[in-house]
Design a protein around this ligand. Sequence first.
Ligand code: SAM
Ligand code: SF4
Length: 325
Amino acid sequence: MFAMMHDCFERNIRYLRLSLTGACPMRCTYCRPAFYRNTDRSLMTASEIESLVRYLVVEHGVSKVRLTGGDPTTRPDLVEIIERLATIPGLRDLAMTTNGLTLERMADRYADAGLMRVNVSLDSLDRDQFACITGVDGLERVLAGIDAAVNARLTPLKINTVVLRGDNETQLPSLVNFAADRGVAIRFIELMPMGPLAEQWADRYVSAEQMRQILQPVTAIWQPLPQGSDSAKRYKVVLRDGRKTEVGFITPMSCNFCSACSRIRIAADGMLYPCLMDQPRGSILPGLRPRFDPARLDRLLSEGLAKKAAEHPQRGFIVMTHIGG
Ligand code: SAM
Ligand code: SF4
């Protein structure tokens, strides 16, 4: 029987978001500052990652793990990492968030290795705008990747769109149409003020309420869905032409979901982030190196968790590409 980890506000920890690397070929304007240099030193190895996750799942009842980054697909040993994690008994949900660039080529391999589902970032269906936001002329590859992931049954697949004022906000109706055509869910994310990029936040932020207004011309019925463990407010939406899709809003700024937070984040270098927008609370690497030391790992985890804030600060401490969103 496991002993559930909890913080000092009695929130149980069930969900690990694990960044595998700070590396990413994209440079999304809201995520990765132009001067950001990836300092992937001392990354956890595939075997250390397996020991860590196995311990959290078997001893502490974590049941959901999301691989993120940077882009997790830039890790040369990603398939091995998935294979190792997929063998862990009790891990009910093994998912990955990616920019989608490798999915056309690799979706089958990820699925065969044991990955259950993917979320794919897609901020625009306009090729030039996509390139402007991400720094990569990769729209077609990402669209082909979404199709490949659906064919490989990495589902339910969700599209993630960060909405930016004066930029991709006019794309929302096309993106909802796209999701309905492909039979996938879409979630619109409120921009978060992270690290030095927080300076541009006030000019670019669009609230979920405003996003819903932008969608009004193409949508007819909004039926709320149970929230469950999802951080998104989800709706079954009937479009004006009768098609249906699922639309979610992730509202960290207009209506935070901190009181129900069940997450911890660990970055590729072993730093523990009990809250996405707060400071790191120490490294768990000494519990994994030079050899796996469960007592030490437990101490480091509970010391870090004791500092998990009741609510996230108004401004993020570090850039998103380092922690993985
Ligand atoms: N590279 C992968 C991707 O883009 O999906 C995984 C890492 S990315 C940091 C994870 C998620 O964080 C993406 O959905 C991205 O859109 C979101 N994100 C990045 N910066 C953000 C910000 N400032 N505010 C809100 N969401 C952000
Ligand atoms: Fe890379 Fe994802 Fe950040 Fe874009 S959002 S720069 S794809 S890590």
